[in-house]
Design a binder for this molecule. Structure first.
Ligand code: FAD
Length: 258
C-alpha cells in the first residue's frame, strides 16, 4: 500500500505534495463533516477559498479549480450552501478537465512515524506559513487578510476542537497588533513556537520530530543570538528573511506529485 512506504525527504524543505494533500483533506474530508454551511462559517469558507485562489502557489490545474470554487462561492447569494453543491464544483469544475484537485494524500515532510502522528495538522501549519509569505509578495491588500481567513477556517472547521480554541484565544489576544505583511509572517511564526512550547512532550509528539523552538540553530544559525542573562534571543530580521526564503514559492519541491 502506497501510504505505508516511507518517502525519503529533505527536512529543511517544503513539499507541494504535503500542500496538495492538505487541500484534499481540508476540502474533501474536513468540510464534508458540515452538510450545510451557513452564517459565520459560510463567510469563513468564502475568505479561506478566496485567499487560496489568490495566494496559493499551485500548479495551473489546481489554481483553475480554486478560482472556479472562489467565483462559484462569491456568486452564491443565499444565506447557506450545502457541502453537496460545493463538492459538485470541486469534482466537476465548470472549467472542465483543466481544473482539478488531485485525489488522496501523499505526505512527505509531514509524514509521521505512526499513522496518527503529524500529517494533516502539519500540513495546515505549512500551508498557513506559506500563505503569509505569499501574501507579502503580492502585497496588494489587507495585511491581516490571510491570518483572518485562516483563523476563521480553524475556528469553524478544524477538526481538533481544543486546538481551535487555543488558537482563537491567541488570535483574540493579539491579532489586532498585525499591521503589516511582516507582522503577519512573524505573528504566525511566534504563535506556532508558542504552541510547540506548550505541547512539547505530549502524546501527539512524534518521537522522530520533537517539538522545538523553530528554526533550530542547525537550520538557521544566524536566527539565534547570544544568550542574555540565560535568555534565548532571536535575531528577528534574520528570522524574517529565513521564513521568506523557506516558504517561498520557488523553493517548494515537487517530488512525489502524481
Ligand atoms: P508542526 O508543529 O505541525 O509543524 C509543521 C512544520 O512547520 C514543522 O515540521 C516545521 O518544518 C515547521 N515549523 C515548526 N515550527 C514553526 C514555526 N514556529 N514557524 C514556522 N514554521 C515552523 N496540538 C495539540 O496537541 N494542542 C494544540 O493546542 C494544538 N493546536 C494547534 C493549532 C493549530 C492552528 C494547528 C494547525 C495545529 C495544532 N496542534 C495542536 C497540532 C500541532 O501543533 C502539530 O501540528 C502536530 O502535533 C504535528 O506536529 P509536527 O511535528 O508535524 O510539527
Amino acid at each position: 500500500h502506497q501510504e505505508e512506504l516511507w518517502r525519503p525527504f529533505n527536512r529543511s524543505r517544503v513539499y507541494m505534495a504535503d500542500l496538495e494533500s492538505t487541500l484534499h483533506y481540508s476540502l474533501r474530508v474536513e468540510l464534508a463533516a458540515h452538510p450545510v454551511i451557513t452564517g459565520e462559517a459560510l463567510t469563513s469558507l468564502r475568505k479561506y477559498i478566496s485567499v487560496l485562489a489568490k495566494y496559493f502557489p499551485g500548479r495551473p490545474i489546481l489554481m483553475n479549480l480554486l478560482k472556479s470554487l472562489d467565483s462559484w462561492l462569491q456568486h452564491q447569494t443565499g444565506d447557506q450552501v450545502s457541502y453537496q453543491a460545493f463538492s459538485e464544483i470541486l469534482e466537476n469544475s465548470t472549467q472542465g478537465p483543466d481544473a482539478a484537485l488531485p485525489e488522496g494524500v501523499r505526505w512527505v515532510a509531514c509524514q509521521g512515524s505512526q499513522p496518527h502522528l503529524r500529517r494533516y495538522p502539519c500540513g495546515v501549519w505549512t500551508l498557513f506559513h506559506l500563505l503569509t509569505v505569499q501574501a507579502k509578495k503580492a502585497g496588494d491588500s489587507d495585511p491581516a487578510e490571510v491570518l483572518s481567513a485562516m483563523t476563521g477556517y480553524i475556528s469553524n472547521f478544524f477538526g481538533c476542537r481544543p486546538c481551535a480554541e487555543h488558537f482563537e484565544n491567541m488570535a483574540r489576544e493579539s491579532l489586532s497588533e498585525v499591521n503589516t505583511f511582516t507582522d503577519s509572517i512573524l505573528w504566525l511564526w511566534a504563535r506556532h513556537n508558542r504552541v510547540n512550547n506548550r505541547i512539547a512532550g505530549a502524546l501527539s509528539d512524534d518521537p522522530n520530530f520533537p517539538k522545538i523552538q523553530w528554526p533550530p540553530p542547525d537550520t538557521c544559525a544566524d536566527c539565534h543570538g547570544v544568550k542574555e542573562n540565560g535568555e534565548h534571543k532571536w535575531h528577528i530580521k534574520q528570522v524574517l528573511s529565513f521564513l521568506e526564503d523557506y516558504y517561498s514559492a520557488e523553493r517548494i519541491l515537487t517530488d512525489y506529485l502524481e
